[in-house]
Design a protein around this ligand. Structure first.
Ligand SMILES: Cc1ncc(COP(=O)(O)O)c(C=O)c1O
Length: 326
């Protein structure tokens, strides 16, 4: 899915709320030439019954963004709480009442030639309507990519660093041209790392297994949510360890996780069936739990969600109460 944005969409750029068509950078911007930016991706899901838009774990996303921007010595001068407030305000100003995606971007903004960086940083926040990223209702066919995942000592994979996404784009493009729905990248030691924009889990002998965060993977927030749901709600043993390529061919279940992707079951890998080539029961249960949690339908996981319109509803109620009282 590609989200084409309305040029009148209000975005946060240069410290102000402006229409997207006015949020422009110069052709010499450092990040445009050298990939010196760090971005985030945050989901918000609309709950029709509750008439509410829930932003999923925004504080964790903003904390990760600020920390990872620090890898490139980019300073995001606001706190995670302030960034969260701007996000809610953007959604309200744009009247978003549908599933949405937030794209924070911090970047080296000096307009000059030369790769070394200086202290000219900028950031923007964009919130736009967003549907499914991967159509995975029936499960997808993934292929192991001929491209290797970038090494931590070259470009840290944990960083969501703009330039590093050349690696994801090459792998994703290659996978699609070869007839797969998504790529699985191995790291330089030949172990399974992750998908082009998602983490990976496999089920073997009733255990949920995922590569450790030291295997050149992004430290996914959805990965973290899935591990918590698996442990707390399904009593599953979750193991972080290296995964061999051939384990993908003999595992019982396989799925990908990410903010944009959600949970995408993999039912075929490299032209081989995963399990019996249908969505497995553990994957399905986790998927149901994740959907319920992120849509605001699981009381125990409301802690992950920040409602966009609730504070306004409370204000409305307060003002109604005041009217009645007067
Ligand atoms: C390379 C990569 N791996 C994994 C993920 C999943 O991370 P998260 O669950 O925090 O979205 C992403 C998300 O964009 C990604 O780009």
């Amino acid at each position: 899915m590609r989200a084409e944005a309305d040029p009148n969409l209000i975005v946060y750029f240069g410290g102000e709320y402006v229409p997207l068509r006015e949020a422009r950078v110069g052709i010499l911007t450092h990040a445009l030439h050298y990939g010196t930016g760090v971005f985030e991706g945050i989901r918000a899901y609309w709950n029709d019954a509750q008439e509410e838009l829930f932003v999923v774990r925004p504080l964790e996303h903003y904390k990760r963004w600020k920390r990872n921007a620090g890898i490139l010595r980019i300073d995001v001068p606001l706190s995670p709480e302030e960034l969260c407030e701007i996000t809610l305000e953007l959604m309200r100003r744009n009247g978003l009442r549908t599933n949405a995606y937030v794209r924070p971007l911090a970047y080296k903004s000096a307009e000059r030639i030369g790769v070394s960086t200086d202290d000219e940083d900028a950031f923007a926040l964009i919130a736009l309507p967003f549907g499914d990223y991967l159509h995975s209702d029936k499960g997808i066919h993934a292929g192991v990519s001929p491209w290797r995942r970038i090494e931590d000592n070259a470009i840290p994979a944990r960083g969501k660093i703009c330039g590093a996404y050349v690696n994801s784009a090459l792998a994703s493009d290659e996978a699609r041209l070869s007839g797969f729905d998504e790529a699985i990248l191995l790291n330089e030691s030949g172990h399974v790392a992750e998908g082009s924009t998602c983490n990976i889990f496999m089920v073997r002998n009733g255990k949920l297994i995922t590569p450790a965060s030291t295997e050149n993977v992004l430290e996914g927030i959805t990965r973290d949510s899935i591990m918590e749901l698996a442990r707390r709600e399904m009593d599953l043993q979750v193991v972080e360890r290296p995964i061999d390529r051939s384990e993908l061919y003999v595992c019982d279940e396989l799925f990908l996780t990410g903010t944009a992707v959600g949970i995408a079951p993999v039912v075929r890998v490299d032209h081989r069936p995963v399990g019996n080539a249908a969505i497995g029961s553990i994957t399905r249960d986790l998927l149901e739990l994740y959907v319920a949690a992120t849509r605001g339908n699981l009381e125990n996981y409301k802690k992950w969600l920040v409602p966009v319109y609730q504070s306004l509803k409370t204000q409305d109620q307060d003002s109604t109460l005041l009217v009645h009282a007067s």
